[in-house]
Design a protein around this ligand. Structure first.
Ligand code: FAD
Ligand code: PYC
Length: 405
């Protein structure tokens, strides 16, 4: 391939100026907003769409996550939507014409005590019933999957076994956002960066549009894809969402030769780690416990995750960390999303993905687009309606969420 062919084009998507009116305004140019716009245009023929972002494409959680993709959730409702997404991931690079390094290197969840063993085995069985690949591996079998993992019985929390989803993996998160932005833009969607949506305009119970830092934009339908900042837009409408926003931090190391063959996650000692294609270790841990919209977190969370990393991988002792950052994640009382229309006609919400929405991106795209296009939830979204908090039909996925909350 010539050097010119390898060069990145100067712009991937049109630099759009906001127009005074659209059929659909999507707030948030993270993966979810962009994937939704793409599906609206491609599948439903609705291209009179603007995606508005106060920052830049994939500058929110989309470009800040640790890129773990898997579908091994416990309950039928959630494993169905995540598996739908995983199947979409498997063909997505070809569909969008962009190589964002989706790699099914496998995701291994470790068990360190009897409770972990019971929960991971239970989840593997539940996954098997739903046709989702997940294998329980005894300690002796783990060395084959991850030779550098510390399997000594003499550590603080010895590894007792693990659940492996071989079809799980990683992808380059920001490039996924760029791929969707380009595809949506090519289909006529306006992707507008640097525009703050200050309020949603509602009259007589019906959405009218949005008031932004660049003037009012009228819209028949407004769809939020604003993750940790969603309540800021819904509260003034009297629409209270059971969401708490927390910082979630991550970090990357210097570049290493390939050493880590799969994603490894441990809820007990609390760290999760993978190796990106370029060679960095990408790792994270639990939430910062307090509520905050600030995209920074506390040092002790970083310190503890590094201690956990060294316990599991003593060979990383001299690895230097290059960068830390944080995103604002939106956590619900059952660690599941809120997805669907609201009591305000024309307004729908997609939020509450918390620490796990990157993997859902392509699934959210078509499920949310369907919801917006038809004014009613896609069958996969139905269990995730806001109504479940009134009805008490919660879907507890805290164990499968993979991040201590
Ligand atoms: P975002 O990408 O955050 O997009 C929301 C956008 O809305 C932002 O760009 C923001 O600027 C914009 N916005 C907000 N308010 C306004 C406004 N008023 N006006 C205009 N624009 C606005 N998930 C996984 O599946 N696997 C992981 O390994 C994983 N690791 C994570 C690690 C970290 C450190 C973090 C922070 C998150 C992680 N997640 C993970 C969660 C995942 O990143 C999110 O659930 C997912 O990216 C949410 O996608 P989104 O498009 O809804 O949100
Ligand atoms: O949802 O798998 C996940 C995850 C891993 C790290 C953060 N979230």
């Amino acid at each position: 391939m010539s050097v010119a062919a390898l060069e990145h084009p100067p712009r991937l998507w049109r630099r759009a100026e906001p127009r005074p009116a659209y059929d659909v305004v999507i707030v948030g140019a993270g993966g979810h907003g962009l994937a939704t716009a793409y599906e609206l245009a491609k599948v439903h023929g609705i291209a009179d769409v603007a995606v508005l972002d106060r920052g830049y494409v994939a500058g929110g959680n989309m470009g800040r996550n640790t890129t773990v993709i898997r579908s091994n959730y416990l309950w039928d409702e959630s494993s169905a939507i995540y598996e739908h997404a995983l199947r979409r991931w498997e063909g997505l690079s070809a569909e969008l014409g962009y190589d964002f390094h989706f790699s099914q290197i496998g995701v291994l969840g470790l068990a360190h005590d009897e409770h972990d063993v019971r929960e991971l085995r239970r989840r593997s069985e539940a996954n098997a019933v739903n046709g989702i690949d997940s294998e329980w591996l005894e300690r002796a079998e783990l060395a084959e999957v991850c030779p550098i993992l510390n399997l000594s019985p003499d550590i603080r929390y010895p590894v007792l076994g693990g659940a492996l989803q071989r079809r799980g993996g990683i992808a380059r998160h920001d490039a996924v956002g760029w791929a969707y932005a380009r595809a949506a833009s090519d289909l006529g969607v306006d992707v507008v960066e640097g525009i703050d949506v200050e309020a949603i305009e509602v009259r007589d119970g019906r959405v009218q549009g949005v008031r932004t830092s660049r003037g009012t934009i009228r819209a028949r339908r407004v769809a939020l894809a604003t993750a940790g900042r969603t309540s800021l837009l819904t509260e003034p409408l009297g629409l209270r969402l059971p969401l708490q926003s927390h910082p979630l931090q991550a970090m990357v190391s210097e570049l290493l030769e390939p050493v880590l063959p799969c994603v490894v996650m441990s809820n007990a000692v609390h760290v999760y780690v993978s190796q990106a294609h370029k060679g960095e270790l990408v790792l994270g841990a639990g939430l910062d416990r307090y509520n905050s919209y600030a995209r920074r977190g506390s040092f002790h969370v970083l310190e503890r995750q590094l201690a956990a990393l060294l316990e599991l991988f003593p060979s990383f002792e001299r690895v230097r960390m290059l960068r830390t950052w944080a995103g604002t994640v939106d956590v619900t009382p059952d660690a599941c999303p809120i997805l669907g229309p609201t009591e305000i006609e024309g307004l729908s919400v997609n939020c509450g993905w918390g620490t796990g929405g990157f993997k859902a991106t392509p699934g959210v795209g078509d499920v949310y687009a369907h919801t917006i296009a038809h004014g009613e939830p896609h069958p996969l979204a139905q269990p995730f309606a806001l109504e479940r908090f009134r009805a008490g039909a919660l879907i507890d996925e805290f164990n499968a969420a993979g991040v201590a909350h």
